[in-house]
Ligand binder design. Structure first.
Ligand SMILES: Nc1nc2c(c(=O)[nH]1)N[C@H]1C(S)=C(S)[C@@H](COP(=O)(O)OP(=O)(O)OC[C@H]3O[C@@H](n4cnc5c(=O)[nH]c(N)nc54)[C@H](O)[C@@H]3O)O[C@H]1N2
Ligand SMILES: Nc1nc2c(c(=O)[nH]1)N[C@H]1C(S)=C(S)[C@@H](COP(=O)(O)OP(=O)(O)OC[C@H]3O[C@@H](n4cnc5c(=O)[nH]c(N)nc54)[C@H](O)[C@@H]3O)O[C@H]1N2
Ligand code: SF4
Ligand SMILES: [Mo]
Length: 687
């Protein structure tokens, strides 16, 4: 049953893939001695990884061998949320869980909900046997929107898919806009290419409300207000039009809706945008000049867009506006020009083979949006959610408006199973916690959203304790539920082979750990966008048909700065460099670097409130309140505070984290959360 054990005969260096939700998808080399993983390093033979890992995954052995690692199934003995559990045997746990799920499914299969995201990005330990299991039940479907679906939808509506430049060619660009990304913290291997470009004379511009470590190292930092990126992009278009820095040939041949977009852009003077973005008009003009100059000189201009800019109401439109820019100057003609938000659409993943939607057998279960799980669990109207099975995710810490998420998971009539490595905030609310293997202990195969290689992960060591791969846990549950389809017996190695079908040579993966997809260097040099029209769609007929604006526009935030007298500050909550979402928060050496949850605030905003660095502050709005220490810093612009994420609630001062304050309101496209569209007030804590 367990295909990991045989690997012990392998040489002492085992090739793997970083499983985390990070665009870099590094190739790993694990050194194993006598069945023990001694260290995890970057594979020097893999071009993107270049032998280097981030600080987090360099500590991967510390995480896998953590003394608090869950090693046996656990059954809750205290009240929900108390975290009091006792070990039970696998058979007891699996029999009981299968029995409970079967009873619920007999009444209404839709009362069962899977909840998973990208704890591992692996195709196999993600949605393979798990998806088959829930499809066979006919459980509610999960809309996996919590990260990237606004920007993803914006990209699909403009370029036709999650496609773009090849990341390695950023090294040859002459101008790089790093837009909504703290690359040094969350896209380190892209930053290497940006530095190569910089050494070769490229200009780097960072567009981010926060003065990040990345912003500091760029030539220019445009510290706009959160949620104002579309206004900035439209003003750049205004300048390109009025100065005629336009590739008319490219526009005529390879784009759709130019006349209408041109008209709209003409309404966006730099002054109008400056007012909304809270930056000088001169800075916008300068950026347009830099972009236009690349066109005039025939030099490549490249945009590295990241998901930080699509976590506000207008995130989809903002992505559409920015993704339109390269076509105006024909930047796509160069292999080092254009834009990259995500490369995930380049992969020929055979999802039907992995997930087997045919097991639904014609049923069409309802879909539950993971981003509004708080409301969904508390909803009395629809068919009630009676059971949640959580894997690869920590919703109690990461989902918005956690006051409601916690109340939902605390429901005494909810049956909750959590597959985990650790006793997370979510695991505290489980009826059963089941120990899962880490990337060192199982097979998987990976696509990436920041490069275009496929990576194979071989197990380096045997599963620790009684832990099992997610796949195996679902196989065991399937057997107990009486699911006899042979697809529930597919081994992990067979699933790895099936994930990409014939398009990726599995022997290459076995031999080298990675294989490169064949993709043209400059995919849109002559149009050929995967849109319905084959053009870059400034105007999207599909959006118009949905009753949306067919052209990109600036949509004010749900909670714009100045929109509330009680809550005058905008809070964003971007990732901390040494954590990955809520993963690694419990790894001592990494937590020691981040120390404690912090709220970054500008000098003027702090002064006005009597706040000093080290003050304990209360951050609050109508949804809740959160206490932490303040850091007065030039990283924060006036009017915007940064609640650095995503801490485990139970490690915060009051057992809460920043998501106590965020809202469940959604974006314009993609049904995504608006984590960075959140007004608050801050005061010195009197308690
Ligand atoms: N170290 C580390 N790496 C990570 C993660 C992590 O938690 N830690 N998370 C991973 C995940 S899940 C993802 S989705 C990726 C990408 O994750 P992203 O969310 O793109 O994270 P960052 O690259 O840090 O970029 C966020 C940046 O966007 C800025 N920002 C916030 N609001 C706005 C806005 O309205 N406009 C603009 N222009 N900028 C804004 C923030 O200040 C921040 O510096 O990173 C992954 N990599
Ligand atoms: N305020 C605020 N909230 C945010 C964000 C923000 O910027 N600000 N970012 C949002 C974004 S971009 C994202 S992607 C989400 C991330 O949300 P999640 O995808 O929930 O990510 P993590 O918090 O890292 O939790 C993943 C969990 O999966 C577990 N895990 C890892 N590998 C495995 C495995 O093989 N098997 C099992 N069973 N478990 C495993 C880990 O131990 C970890 O506890 O958070 C979102 N929440
Ligand atoms: S988290 Fe990102 S940078 Fe770190 S090892 Fe994984 S893929 Fe590489
Ligand atoms: Mo994410």
């Amino acid at each position: 049953m367990n295909d990991t054990i045989a690997i012990h005969a392998e040489p002492a260096q085992v090739l793997g893939a970083c499983p985390h939700d990070c665009p870099d998808t590094c190739s790993l080399v694990t050194t194993v001695d006598n069945g023990v993983a001694l260290k995890v390093q970057g594979n020097p033979a893999h071009g993107h990884t270049d032998g280097v890992l981030c600080a987090k995954v360099s500590r991967y052995t510390e995480r896998s061998y953590h003394p608090e690692r869950l090693l046996t199934p656990m059954k809750r003995v205290g009240p929900k949320g108390s975290g009091r559990f006792e070990p039970v045997g696998w058979d007891v746990a699996l029999d009981d869980i299968a029995g409970r799920l079967q009873a619920i499914a007999a009444r209404n299969p839709e009362a069962i909900l899977p909840y998973s995201y990208a704890g591992t990005m692996g195709q196999v330990q993600g949605e393979s046997i798990a998806a088959r299991f829930f499809h066979k039940i006919g459980a509610s479907l999960l809309d996996r929107t919590i990260c990237s679906s606004a920007g993803g939808e914006g990209l699909v509506q403009t370029l036709g898919g999650k496609v773009g430049m090849k990341v390695e060619f950023f090294a040859e660009a002459k101008l790089i806009l790093i837009w909504g990304s703290n690359s040094i913290g969350s896209n380190l291997h892209f930053w290497r290419y940006a530095q190569q470009a910089k050494r070769a004379g490229a200009r780097l511009v960072c567009i981010d409300p926060r003065r990040t470590e990345t912003a500091e190292k760029c030539h220019e930092h445009i510290a706009l207000r959160p949620g104002t990126d579309a206004a900035l992009a439209l003003a750049l278009m205004h300048e390109l039009v009025t100065n005629d820095w336009l590739d008319h040939d490219y526009l005529a041949r390879y784009t759709l809706g130019w006349d209408a977009l041109r008209e709209r852009a003409l309404a966006w003077t730099p002054e109008r945008a400056a007012d909304i973005c809270g930056v000088p008009a001169a800075q916008i003009r300068q950026l347009a000049q830099d972009y236009g100059a690349c066109f005039l000189r025939g030099e490549p201009a490249a945009i590295r867009l990241n998901y930080g800019m699509q976590r506000t109401r207008g995130g989809g439109n903002a992505t559409r506006a920015v993704a339109s820019l390269p076509a105006l100057i024909g930047a796509w003609r160069h292999r080092a020009g254009g834009l990259l938000l995500s490369s995930s659409g380049q992969y020929p993943v055979d999802r039907a083979a992995l997930q087997r939607p045919d097991l639904l057998a014609g049923r069409q279960p309802r879909t539950v949006n993971m981003s509004t799980i708080g409301d969904a669990l508390l909803d009395e109207a629809g068919p009630k959610i009676e059971a949640v099975v959580v894997y690869n995710s920590n919703p109690v810490a990461v989902a918005p408006e956690s006051g409601k998420v916690v109340r939902g998971f605390a429901r005494e009539d909810l049956f909750t199973v959590v597959l985990e490595h650790f006793q997370t905030d979510t695991a505290d609310y489980a009826d059963y916690v089941l120990p899962a293997t880490t990337q060192l202990e199982h097979w998987d195969v990976h696509s990436s959203y920041g490069h275009t290689d496929v990576l194979l992960n071989r197990p380096a060591i045997a599963p620790l304790g009684q832990s099992l791969p997610n796949t195996q846990i679902f196989r065991e549950l399937a057997a107990r539920m009486g699911f006899t389809e042979p697809c529930f017996q597919d081994s992990d190695e067979a699933l790895c082979r099936a994930a990409f079908g014939e398009r990726v040579d599995f022997e290459t993966l076995l031999a080298h750990g990675f294989a490169t997809l064949a993709i043209p260097d400059a995919p849109f040099a002559e149009g050929g966008f995967p849109t319905p029209s084959g053009r870059c769609e400034f105007f999207s007929a599909r959006l118009a048909a949905q009753g949306q604006d067919g052209l990109p526009d600036h949509l004010p935030n749900h909670e714009p700065i100045g929109g509330s007298a009680d809550y005058p500050l905008a809070m964003i909550s971007p990732p901390a460099r040494n954590f990955l979402n809520s993963t690694f928060v419990n790894v001592t050496s990494l937590r020691d670097i981040e120390v404690e949850p912090l709220l970054e605030i500008s000098e003027a905003d702090a002064l006005a409130r009597g706040i000093a660095t080290g003050s304990v502050v209360r951050v609050f709005n109508g949804r809740g309140s959160y206490r932490c220490k303040a850091k007065v810093t030039a990283r924060a612009r006036d009017g915007v505070v940064h609640g650095m994420g995503i801490w485990w609630r139970k490690l915060g001062m009051d057992g809460t984290n920043v998501n106590q304050l965020t809202s469940q309101r959604l974006t314009d496209m993609g049904r995504a959360p608006t984590f960075y569209d959140c007004l608050v007030e801050v005061e010195v804590d009197q308690a």
